[in-house]
Structures are given as structure tokens and as C-alpha cells.
Design a protein around this ligand. Structure first.
Ligand code: GLN
Length: 372
């Protein structure tokens, strides 16, 4: 009798123990799972990102890197030397930058070195004049047609008395500078440098050595300014306009600055990095049209044929190009071809843009209607 209750008791104790252990195990399990849950959620995200990252590298960066590697050792062209300071610039500077309309920045190579903006400045002075006076002011005062001549051609001025001109070559550009309003030189200059800085998204400044060097040797541009004055396109102070133009050409920029400036045009006039509206959206196509027509001077047709992109070059070795609604792209490499355009910059931009489908003249056929 003793043993039975003992057995019964032992059995109950054993059962109770099993139930308790089981309950506590399941309790531990539950609380462990509950405690582990957030940690697991936290660690799940990086684990997933880790497995996705190597499989899908950013194809924009890939295109930028590939073009850089392809043209890095290309040795063609020669620094501009008609402006003495430009002949001394390191010909090996080679910087590449692409900025999307979403403000994503891709760079490679030498992107801290700066060169003078030179003729690329013409784009943004034209933009300022259009903002102040409307697109008709540009069209009626200097025209919007290609000259087919070099950027500093005097024959091109003479042929139509300065009328069949555009703001991307010197006679039209100096005229555009003369059209920026202001009580005095300082006020006009401030408007110009502020405009460029807004487009670049940082305060830009002048390379004084380049400014001085060109100011001492720019008699040809002074002659052009005087002719545009003689034919009534520049209304007053032609030599002051030429001097301000010379200073605007000496503004110092790196490849990223130029790419942000281009991306601002690609983004309808809003700087995609700073968010600042730099020009009226509806005025942007006017600027892009003249860039497409004459941005690479007498080689503009060849450039458009290769890339479809409105672009602008400068004898400092920079070129920027705009893929409207997509991205801005810029390359700096000082050696130039015979037309005054950077050899490497042209090749690099074409390579990258074409790899990324940047050509606005490359429509895809519409889906075929169902056959009858
Ligand atoms: N400042 C230079 C000039 O007027 C600009 C020319 C250029 O970049 N093509 O000669």
C-alpha cells in the first residue's frame, strides 16, 4: 500500500516535472524567439544587401570606369597655347564626372584638379541673358545659327555683319556678356559669377593667372568686340564686355563642377544636388538648342552625329554634355584637336553616354499593333 501511493506520487511528481520542464522549455523557447526577433530582423537586411550588392554593381559607375580605363593612356592633341597660361597646364589631368537628374554623382580619375572653364562659360552667360531678357533677345541680337567657322573667326562676323551668329562662338558670346544688365562692371560681374556658382552648386572663383594671361593677349577678341559694336549688336562699352568675357573664361572648375552644371540643364534648370532653381525650366531648351548647333564649334555636327548630346567645350580642356531628363556629364583633359575640342573628353563622353542610352535622338520603335 505504501508503495502504490509512493508509485502514484512518484508518477505524479515525474509527470509534474515533465510538464514543468516542457513548459519552461517552451517558455524559454518563446522568449528566446521573441527576444531574437528584432535582432534577426535587423541582421536580415544587411545579409540580403550583402548578397545582392556584388551581383548588381551600379552600371553608371561601371560605364564611367570603363571609359576612363579605355582612354586613359591616349596621347593625342595639344594644350591650347595661344593663351600662354594654358600651355603650362598639366596635359595629364584627366577627370570624369557624371551627375544624374536625381543628384547621384559618379566620378573617376583626377577630379580635384581644376582648369579654366573658357568657352563653357558661354552657356551660362547665355542662360543669364535669356533669364533677364527672354529668348527673343538672343535670337534677334546675334542669331542662333552655326557659323561653320572657328570660334574666333572674324570672317564669320564679316559675312553677315554679325547677324548670323550664335552665343557659343566668341562674337556672339562677347555680345551676350555685353547684354547682362548692371550699373557697373562689378555688378555685372557679380551676376555672372553668381549664376555660374548656382549652376555648379558651390562658390566658384577666377584663376587670376589665366585671366591676366588672356587679358594681355586677347587683341583678336577685342577686335571682334569692336566689330560687333560697329555692326550694332553690342550697344555700349565693347572693350569692357570683352574684358568681362575674358574674366568669365578664367573661372576655375573641376570635372564635377562641370557635370553638376550640365546636370542642372538636364534637370530643367534645377540643380539636382542643391535643389536650387537656377533658370526657368522653359528657357532650358533654348540654351540646349544652341549648344547642339554650335557647342563644339565647327565640329558640332560631327559631335551631334556621334552622341546626339547638346555639349560645350572650352580650350581649357573641359567638355560638358547634357542628356535631357537623364544626366549631365563632363570630362577634363587639356590636349585639344584642331577645332579646339579636348580629344579625350570627346571620346570619353561619347563612350559613356552611348553605353547608358543617353542619346535623345535614339527612339525605340513603339510596340507593334496587333496584326490584323
Ligand atoms: N577665352 C577663350 C577665347 O576667347 C575661349 C575660347 C574657347 O574656349 N574656345 O579665345
Amino acid at each position: 500500500m505504501i508503495t502504490r501511493p509512493q508509485h502514484w506520487l512518484r508518477g505524479m511528481v515525474a509527470l509534474a516535472a515533465i510538464v514543468l520542464v516542457a513548459a519552461s522549455i517552451s517558455a524559454i523557447g518563446t522568449s528566446a524567439a521573441q527576444k531574437a526577433a528584432p535582432a534577426a530582423a535587423k541582421s536580415a537586411a544587411p545579409a540580403a544587401a550583402k548578397s545582392a550588392a556584388p551581383a548588381a554593381p551600379d552600371h553608371y559607375q561601371t560605364a564611367v570606369n570603363a571609359a576612363y580605363a579605355k582612354f586613359k593612356s591616349l596621347q593625342e592633341g595639344k594644350n591650347a597655347d595661344y593663351i600662354p597660361a594654358l600651355a603650362k597646364v598639366d596635359p595629364n589631368i584627366y577627370g570624369v564626372a557624371l551627375v544624374t537628374v536625381a543628384g547621384k554623382v559618379y566620378t573617376t580619375g583626377d577630379i580635384t584638379s581644376e582648369v579654366s572653364i573658357q568657352s563653357i562659360s558661354k552657356v551660362f552667360t547665355m542662360a543669364k541673358v535669356i533669364e533677364e531678357q527672354g529668348p527673343m533677345a538672343i535670337e534677334s541680337n546675334m542669331g542662333v545659327d552655326a557659323t561653320g567657322q572657328a570660334f574666333n573667326s572674324i570672317v564669320a562676323v564679316e559675312q553677315y555683319k554679325g547677324a548670323e551668329m550664335n552665343a557659343m562662338v566668341n562674337p556672339g558670346a562677347i555680345t551676350a556678356t555685353s547684354m547682362v544688365s548692371g550699373a557697373d562692371r562689378a555688378e555685372i560681374w557679380k551676376k555672372i559669377i553668381d549664376t555660374y556658382s548656382d549652376f555648379a552648386g558651390r562658390p566658384l572663383s577666377v584663376n587670376q593667372e589665366v585671366f591676366k594671361s588672356e587679358a594681355e593677349t586677347n587683341q583678336r577678341n577685342q577686335a571682334i568686340a569692336m566689330l560687333m559694336y560697329a555692326y550694332g549688336h553690342i550697344k555700349a562699352e565693347p572693350l569692357r564686355a570683352c574684358d568681362i568675357y575674358t574674366e568669365q573664361c578664367a573661372v576655375s572648375v573641376n570635372a564635377k563642377d562641370l557635370a553638376v552644371m550640365a546636370a542642372t540643364l538636364a534637370n530643367g534648370g534645377v540643380n539636382p544636388v542643391t535643389g536650387k532653381q537656377c533658370m526657368t525650366t522653359t528657357n532650358v531648351p533654348k540654351v540646349l538648342a544652341v549648344m547642339a548647333t554650335a557647342g563644339l564649334y565647327d565640329d558640332s555636327g560631327k559631335w551631334l552625329y556621334t552622341t546626339g548630346l547638346p555639349g560645350k567645350s572650352g580650350v581649357g580642356g573641359g567638355i560638358l554634355a547634357v542628356s535631357p531628363g537623364k544626366f549631365g556629364i563632363a570630362v577634363i583633359s587639356p590636349p585639344l584637336d584642331a577645332a579646339g575640342n579636348s580629344v579625350k573628353a570627346q571620346k570619353t563622353i561619347a563612350e559613356i553616354s552611348n553605353a547608358l542610352g543617353g542619346n535623345p535622338f535614339a527612339p525605340k520603335p513603339a510596340a507593334k499593333a496587333a496584326s490584323k
